[in-house]
Design a protein around this ligand. Sequence first.
Ligand SMILES: [Fe+2]
Length: 367
Amino acid sequence: MEKRVRGKKIIIIVAAVVAAIAAAVGACAYFLLLHRYKGTEKIYEWSKDDVFDVATIATVEKQSGKDFVILNLADVQTCDLEDIPHYATIHDEITYLVNLVKPDLITLTGDQTWSNENLISLKTLIGWLEGYEIPYAPVFGNHDHGNEFSSAVAGVNKCCDLYENAKHCLFRRGPTNIGALGNYVVNVTENGRIVKTLYMMDSGYLDELTDEQINWFIWNAEGLKAANGGNYTDGINFMHKPLPEFSYAYRDYRSGVETVKNFGDVHVHYSLFGSFQKDFFQTAKSRGVKDFVCGHQHGNNFTLSYDGARLTFALKTGELGGFYADESVYLNGATAITISGDETRIEHVFVPSDKFHISDKYNVYYD
Ligand SMILES: [Fe+2]
């Protein structure tokens, strides 16, 4: 009799443990895979008739007489589930790059995460960036929205919340009526004078900027011109997807057109197709933008002068989420942009071949 009671007790305890484990696993799966974190919706309807106020633009101060260095991380592409075992390696690599380049500002040209499961990975990446105590400025890439438009566990407003609540992050969501949320501007100033304007444009999930985004860009550039004694400020455009001019520049470079110069190595191992951008190149160039920096195609990396501006395919950071048309290709590192007096230098920083590789392929490439 006593044995039977004890047996029942054991069965009840085992059943309770199994039920608790099942509930915990179910809750984890729900919150990691199924639940959608929508974040805070903040309505800001912009009009081109709005009064521009330069004081609303985020600024980073350049120390007088010293170079100002930007470290751009491209397509870090972490994921909540399968990439967790590799987080430490990617963190080590970014830390290595930060310690090597010693940036005053870190920019990220999109695809910080790559899958629908983006909440843990984005929080983790923000945690790493906060740890450096250096200002940073991200733009959205197509994968930051998830595998399909708006399919990510952390929706775009949630991602905006995470960035905006991070102490060292300069990201501020832009108007809600121009087609994409992640548009903002950062000025680099020296003794109060604007020495560089960084236009952080959200090429989002779609393949082109909207007319409203371009009008919003023009409104900022013209407003800054008025605030800068009637002269356009020197600009750098950061955007995830490449403009069509990236493919034109490479075509001319390969054809030996003399006006197209390379700054460093040229690696093109994947389609240069990125997006149609409604002649944004000319619009931006005619308003002071001299550099265009993009990410998106991990197998491509170059800096080419083209038609009075400079186009940079930023070097992909980390091995996660890599895809290459040619399996022998592996490009891994970051891009350093140095503002030095009137000159702006761009240099791609490859990670050493014996460091930070998760797979057995690392920085093996050909032109
Ligand atoms: Fe992308």
